[in-house]
Design a protein around this ligand. Structure first.
Ligand code: XIL
Length: 298
């Protein structure tokens, strides 16, 4: 939710969605940019927004290698110190939003495309078992929240998808509190999503929930009506695949409108327009396609 100050954004976010996620406001650099000086206002406002609008709140994200505060990345901490810092961070956030957050993206993007663990501050200091530890800490802090691993580029079979499956299976085998897998789904127009439902089902067979957590379908500029139609078809396919999988608990679109979407976001990227509403918050063809797939349009 990066556009909350715009009344058009607020109105759509309040009325068109049954679940919200903060996008950035709960990331470590935002809640503790200065050590020991927490800034909760933005994250609290989103939690309040969800309550006021009777929406679920998806927490994002407890552990990631990106958007960390400088004091942490430049702090030259020992592994033992990093472990304590991480534990405190996870516990503080999960406790603060206990009861408000339905599900947490606990660990974000833990794997590389070749399936090996992504080498991060956390992995290097604590070893690959940091994932089991943070899930355990998060569960202790908020036993009611559904706990997810969240990953990108896993909507079809690949070395990364296989590694994620093996990781999830081994965590479950060990009794680690893992409840679901988030499939980010930042898609590029033209990408094949026909294997999505099958992939979701494979994870569901482990006894896990699954969710589409960051859906977007970006396109190369210029935007044309043909591209918008293809985008609508892609959105519709993804929604239908989630609906076809009983374990698919939800679908989050990464941004309300193209006006405040994270692609191209300040860069000169030729890609953009990933969401359901355009730069003026007018509905795009994809908006109707999603509504049709959900059965909310006659
Ligand atoms: C993005 C935000 O949307 C941007 O505003 C921010 O500048 C960078 O992060 N995968 C994730 C999200 O899990 O947290 C990222 O969000 C997009 C990619």
């Amino acid at each position: 939710m990066t556009g909350l100050s715009d009344p058009r954004y607020r109105a759509l976010a309040a009325t068109q969605f049954s679940s919200v996620t903060p996008e950035n406001a709960m990331k470590w650099e935002r809640v503790e940019g200065n050590r020991h000086a927490h800034t909760w206002a933005a994250a609290d406002a989103i939690a309040r927004f969800a309550t006021e609008n009777d929406q679920k709140l998806r927490g994002h994200t407890l552990v990631w290698h990106d958007q960390l505060p400088r004091w942490l990345t430049d702090g030259h901490f020992t592994p033992a110190e990093l472990r304590t810092l991480l534990r405190t961070h996870v516990t503080t956030l999960a406790q603060r939003y206990a009861g408000a957050v339905t599900a947490w993206d606990v660990v974000n993007e833990p794997l590389d495309d070749d399936g090996s663990p992504h080498r991060t501050l956390w992995h290097d200091a604590l070893g690959s078992d940091y994932i089991a530890q943070v899930l355990t800490w998060a569960h202790a802090a908020d036993p009611g929240a559904r706990l997810y691993l969240n990953e990108f580029n896993v909507h079809e079979e690949s070395p990364k998808t296989k590694a994620l499956y093996n990781l999830a299976a081994s965590l479950l085998d060990r009794g680690v509190p893992l409840h679901g897998i988030g499939f980010q789904c930042h898609l590029l127009l033209g990408q094949d999503v026909s294997e999505l439902a099958r992939t979701l089902n494979r994870f569901a067979e482990l006894g896990l929930e699954v969710a589409i957590t960051e859906l977007g379908v970006r396109m190369l500029s210029p935007v044309t009506s043909a591209k918008l139609a293809a985008q609508a078809a892609c959105y519709r396919a993804v929604v239908e695949e989630c609906l076809a999988v009983p374990a698919c608990t939800g679908l989050t679109i990464w941004g309300v409108g193209d006006a405040a979407a994270w692609v191209p976001e300040g860069s000169r990227s030729p890609y953009g327009s990933p969401t359901l509403y355009d730069d003026e918050y007018r509905p795009k063809p994809a908006r109707e396609a999603v509504a049709r797939a959900l059965g909310t349009v006659p």
